[in-house]
Write a protein that binds this ligand. Structure first.
Ligand code: SF4
Ligand code: SF4
Length: 348
């Protein structure tokens, strides 16, 4: 979309400010320029600001805007047109096959993945190797952060006589490349995932809110107007239907959890605010940003500085459950126990 058209679309912003307090990055920085309204103002003046890179593209602003103005949509259109640095791109390509592993290695955090988790991983690959009723997207978080969630999820499926298939050829959703503005690398990931997942049938289950958001919102936009747009939308529909399906039989499990008399809080990640059907209206959900879901925020150290803003939500809590690789990592690294940090699916 040409920049002129993007600006025409942004001019519908009346500067009412409804989006400002809702924006997770504004909640972190508390500065107008880090709000959707501030970013739109700058963009309309043809001025780029580093705050643009701190937008999570979560869409909370556009869903709450009376005029349906969307900064993330406009910014993604700009990123699509941006010339990529070919040297950096070649460098990044070396890490493209397993970006989370590289990130963990750089930070010397591979020790966070216990030996037990590594063993679980190899057993589960075998267990989910045949076609089944449900397809599991084997995301980086399942590989490195919470493979034990897959084991528990498998037990629940068994109880309901369901089988799951987990194709291992899928790749990282590409969120790290979106963060860095390398849309061509994101596209490569998207097309590979499409190729593998279109060969499967049935509900598609994702264990990370950011992966879901990339499939549902970002892939269709980066392929807008092409033959792929609708195909990505259909994949995302399979994920949403999968969550609806699970929510039907999750009720019984949730009741059990409530009877355990433990104080449990379900944390709602920014990228799941539109799609939390699985537990909607059934659990005590806290909607707060962990402070650094983007790599750029991580590098700035906001997860530490922002901690005081969210830790007050967790007083006297035994278990904190989330649904996102970034939030899970933040909570694990920054919180003293209790609370125990879990994935939502571990409790269902
Ligand atoms: S983007 Fe929408 S909600 Fe935000 S200030 Fe503009 S008109 Fe208001
Ligand atoms: S997409 Fe999310 S982070 Fe970006 S401006 Fe909108 S509310 Fe803020």
């Amino acid at each position: 979309m040409p920049i002129k058209t993007i600006k025409e679309f942004l001019k519908f912003c009346t500067r009412c400010g409804k989006c400002v307090p809702l924006c997770p990055s504004y909640q972190v920085f508390k500065e107008e320029i880090f709000s959707p309204r501030g970013r739109i103002f700058y963009l309309l003046q043809d001025t780029f600001h580093k705050s643009f890179d701190f937008c999570l593209m979560c869409g909370i602003c556009e869903r709450n805007c009376p005029n349906e103005v969307s900064f993330p949509e406009a910014y993604l259109e700009i990123l699509k047109e941006k010339k990529e640095n070919s040297i950096s791109k070649e460098f990044l390509k070396k890490f493209a096959s397993d970006p989370l592993k590289i990130f963990l290695e750089i930070n010397n955090w591979l020790h966070l993945i216990s030996v037990e988790n590594r063993k679980i991983n190899s057993k589960l690959k075998e267990r989910f190797s045949k076609q089944g009723d449900i397809v599991i997207y084997y995301s980086c978080d399942l590989k490195y952060f919470y493979p034990q969630v897959l084991r528990n999820f498998g037990s629940i499926l068994e109880k309901y006589n369901l089988n799951a298939y987990m194709p291992l050829e899928v790749e990282c959703c590409g969120a790290p490349f979106l963060n860095l503005g390398y849309i061509s690398l994101l596209k490569e990931k998207a097309l590979k995932n499409l190729e593998v997942l279109e060969k499967t049938k049935g509900f598609l289950i994702m264990f990370c809110a950011t992966c879901l958001w990339i499939f549902k919102k970002i892939y269709p936009q980066i392929f807008k107007g092409s033959v792929y747009e609708d195909r990505f939308k259909r994949l995302a529909e399979r994920v949403i239907s999968g969550y609806r399906f699970l929510s039907d039989f999750a009720e019984e499990e949730i009741e059990k959890l409530k009877n355990q008399k433990k104080d449990v809080i379900f944390h709602l990640p920014c990228h799941l605010t539109e799609d939390f059907n699985l537990v909607k209206n059934k659990l005590d959900i806290k909607d707060f940003c962990c402070g650094s879901p983007k790599a750029s925020l991580w590098l700035e150290g906001f997860q530490r500085r922002f901690k005081k803003n969210w830790v007050k939500n967790l007083e006297n809590i035994d278990i904190l459950a989330t649904f996102c690789a970034g939030c899970y990592l933040n909570f694990n690294l920054l919180l003293k126990r209790p609370p125990q940090i879990k994935h939502w699916f571990e409790l269902l």
